[in-house]
Design a protein around this ligand. Structure first.
Ligand SMILES: NC(=O)c1ccc[n+]([C@@H]2O[C@H](COP(=O)([O-])OP(=O)(O)OC[C@H]3O[C@@H](n4cnc5c(N)ncnc54)[C@H](OP(=O)(O)O)[C@@H]3O)[C@@H](O)[C@H]2O)c1
Length: 331
């Protein structure tokens, strides 16, 4: 195989920096499945990893990219054959095992999911970890009893990848969705995705969060953590469910037990990274069917591989909107 292009993240003198390099197959990590990568995507975690703003990478140097879709080039595992279209996301990909920002990836077979019927390799990456996580949040909340008739559901970090997909998936399932955003200019975008109401973060007074406040939400998909999550907990309805997904604002949480013991609210931790089979394939199948977002194209833009290094800052600044697919295979 000829040398191929990869975005390698290195650490030198405590500084993290990623750059495009040439690699060859012998440098890839061990695994049963060699994949010719077609597309990858950009998630908040990818930006934390590539910039070093978050201590995400556990093994340097590491090819970034926690998501990839492509075609099996060779497989030592009978579950996959050369030519199969596949997805690989999560686990150690892009953080402790060379990831999706490369023309080839080699990964353990147990990390690989067959492309569900009805999804293209491009759509799989428009969804990516963000879509998988939004869907996993919805599945877990519904397992906990949430239904459209339970009442309104709030989605925070609503213009981001997970947020946009959660708004869309919930709205198409009949939920009344309130989108919470910091971006006044994106109210129209969020309504197009299906939000019935858009709230601006600046309208919240987070300086005085009461243990229990007016009960509003039957459900919540939280991408922010910190004071916003504390406020959500205090405003949950009886028996409401929160899916705790992200920490884009803060990893801390100062709340009381009141919402949990007096209103029976549930705080569900959502971990897309290590949830295994058959749950993982099941959620992907549902993303291609009953949880399929209606506005995937509207929320997705595509960048060339060479444009990757310049993209991460907008994520760190909280300016990301929707999903970015990275076109890895030469077009
Ligand atoms: N638990 C899991 O398995 C899992 C999986 C995927 C992602 N995550 C986490 O979920 C969160 C969202 O991920 P994502 O990929 O959707 O991110 P993203 O595309 O970068 O979106 C994050 C959004 O959060 C809002 N935000 C508010 N304050 C922010 C700040 N200080 N910095 C950055 N964003 C800020 C912004 O939206 P508004 O302006 O609309 O508020 C921003 O667009 C991240 O914390 C990520 O690490 C967790």
């Amino acid at each position: 195989m000829h040398p191929f292009k990869a975005f390698l993240i290195e650490e030198n003198d405590g500084l993290t920096k990623g750059h495009l390099v040439d690699m060859d197959e012998s440098q890839l990590d061990p695994g049963e499945v060699l994949i010719k990568v077609a597309y990858s995507s950009v998630n908040y975690k990818d930006a934390l990893a590539a910039t070093g703003v978050g201590r995400i990478i556990r093994r340097f140097p590491c090819v970034g990219g926690i998501d990839l879709s492509g075609t099996v080039a060779a497989s030592a595992d009978p579950r996959f054959q050369a030519g199969d279209p596949v997805i690989a996301t999560s686990y150690d990909i892009g953080v402790a095992h060379h990831g999706g920002y490369a023309e080839y990836a080699r990964v353990p077979a147990q990390w690989v999911v067959g492309l569900p019927t009805g999804l293209t390799l491009f759509q799989a990456m428009a969804l990516g970890t963000a879509g998988f996580t939004a869907a996993l949040g919805v599945v877990r909340m519904e397992e906990n009893g949430l239904r459209p008739e339970s009442g309104p559901v709030i989605v925070t970090g609503a213009t981001g990848g997970v947020g946009s997909l959660a708004v869309d998936i919930l709205a198409q399932r009949g939920y009344q969705v309130t989108a919470l955003t910091g971006k006044e200019g994106e109210i129209g975008y969020l309504k197009e995705l299906g939000a019935s109401e858009v709230m601006l973060r600046s309208s919240l007074d987070l300086s005085r969060i009461r243990p229990l406040d007016r009960a509003i939400w039957a459900g919540a998909v939280d991408n922010l953590g910190g004071d916003v999550l504390a406020w959500i907990a205090s405003t949950m309805k009886q028996g409401g469910t929160i899916a705790s997904i992200g920490l884009a604002a803060s990893a801390s949480l100062k709340t009381t037990v009141m919402p949990f013991i007096l209103r029976g609210a549930s705080l569900l931790g959502i971990d897309s990274g290590y949830i295994g089979e058959p749950y993982r394939s099941g959620v992907w199948q549902r993303l291609a069917s009953d949880l399929r977002p209606q506005h995937l194209e509207r929320m997705t833009r595509t960048i060339a591989f060479d444009a990757l290094p310049a993209i991460f800052d907008e994520y760190i600044q909280g300016q990301a909107r929707g999903r970015v697919v990275v076109s890895i295979a030469a077009q």
